[in-house]
Design a protein around this ligand. Structure first.
Ligand SMILES: *[C@@H]1O[C@H](CO)[C@@H](O)[C@H](O)[C@H]1NC(C)=O
Length: 396
């Protein structure tokens, strides 16, 4: 049979290779089993000399002697079982090393059946893949929750009745995701199909109030931003769009209620907004506006291929700025615009570090403004950097 071509492009599956190591261990285990049988055979055949003598006189074999033999056998068997168990542990350790990441031990007691089922390896439907040598698919999700506290939460998350309605546990999901237990495993329960009354067609949906039946009393509209500047750090949508060419597709990182995407939609620019429901129905709100809510924590590598966006927008700044900016640089196309919107810079040192970091990317500075801005808390002012930068073409 030829090579099996498997299309697994969504990153939800990883593979186990059939390696020399694991084959060797299989052989060890096979040998153990054979030796068990030999021991058993020997133990059954073996009759102590004294007993053999008695037999010649036609005496009855005493039950204790049988017990003696059985004890020897069970000792050997338990020894060999232990041997097999330790081989299995070694095997799974080697597998973990091959996979390159710590996997959850699904043999742990108290794990919900659904979690075990989801994480269990599945043999490839057509057998060994001749091209890669892979024999099994291993779920890559959920393993980052291996820490005890997260595993407890993950177990709660997976403790549902299959086929029935999912528990209302949005807070639990948020807790898991914000602690790096991401992506979460799929579940076989139905989400509550809450109705979405009062949805409007575009463009009316962008700024009209969203029904209370969808978002309760929460409301995330900001009608001033990017059209009525509150300081020199606030750039206008039209000004920024005028700096680029063919800005059609954008990514607003941590874009909350979708106000940026709504302003861009008015300019016929499609913007994906990454967000989390941080105690508020943010995803429902953005979706009700007819905008794209991408449920994603800020630390995760963006689920987009390289050089796909014409524009990336991000406000206030993030931790691990260098990792963040490299990933932003990856998804932005050459000639595309990076809009750093009101990034907090606490003092000259931070400003200097950020400037050095940004300049390493050799972007063209189309706009660069450092200024003070009233703190959102109403107390004092914050120093902010706003910039629009253009990604250069690099290499051939
Ligand atoms: C957006 O597209 C519509 C339909 O093609 C067009 O009528 C409208 O003028 C466009 N708006 C802008 C701001 O380009």
């Amino acid at each position: 049979m030829g090579s099996v071509s498997l299309k697994i492009g969504d990153g939800t599956a990883r593979f186990r290779r059939a390696t020399v190591c694991s084959s060797a261990l299989h052989i060890v285990m096979l040998l153990s089993v054979v030796i068990t049988n030999l021991f058993a055979l020997y133990a059954f055949k073996y009759v102590p000399a004294s007993l053999a003598g008695n037999r010649q006189h036609g005496d009855i074999v005493l039950p204790q002697d049988h017990h003696g033999n059985l004890d020897i056998i069970s000792d050997h068997v338990s020894l060999i079982v232990r041997e097999i168990e330790s081989s299995q542990k070694k095997l799974s350790q080697i597998e973990r090393e091959i996979l390159g990441y710590e996997t959850l031990d699904v043999s742990k007691p108290n794990l919900p059946l659904e979690l075990k089922l989801f994480l269990h390896r599945h043999p490839l439907p057509l057998g060994r893949d001749s091209r890669t040598g892979i024999t099994e698919m291993v779920s890559s999700v959920g393993h980052s929750c291996a820490r005890a506290a997260d595993l407890l939460s993950l177990s709660l998350y997976m403790a549902y009745k299959p086929g029935e309605e999912c528990p209302a546990d949005a807070h639990l999901q948020h807790k898991l995701i914000s602690r790096g237990c991401e992506p979460l495993p799929r579940r076989r329960c139905r989400s509550a199909a809450t109705s979405k009354p009062g949805l409007l067609p575009l463009p009316h949906s962008l700024w009209k109030p969203v029904s209370e039946k969808i978002v309760g009393s929460w409301n995330g509209f900001d009608k001033q931003m990017w059209v009525n500047p509150r300081g020199k750090n606030d750039f206008l949508i039209d000004d920024v769009l005028g700096l680029g060419r063919n800005i059609r597709l954008g990514f607003d990182i941590g874009g909350g209620a979708g106000n940026f995407a709504a302003r861009m939609a008015e300019k016929n620019v499609t913007v994906v907004t990454s967000l989390l429901n941080d105690r508020n129905p943010v995803s429902d709100f953005v979706a009700a506006r007819g905008l794209f809510p991408l449920f994603l924590s800020s630390d995760q590598r963006f689920p987009f291929y390289d050089s796909v966006f014409d524009l990336v927008h991000t406000m206030y700044g993030l931790e691990k700025t260098d990792f963040f900016l490299f990933d932003v640089d990856r998804v932005l196309r050459p000639g595309g615009l990076l809009w750093l919107d009101n990034w907090y810079v606490a003092g000259e040192k931070k400003k200097g570090e950020l400037t050095v970091l940004i300049e390493k990317f050799t972007y063209k500075k189309l706009k660069w403004v450092v200024g003070e801005k009233p703190d959102p808390s109403g107390l004092g002012k914050k120093i902010c950097l706003s910039a629009v930068l253009q990604k250069p073409a690099r290499g051939g």
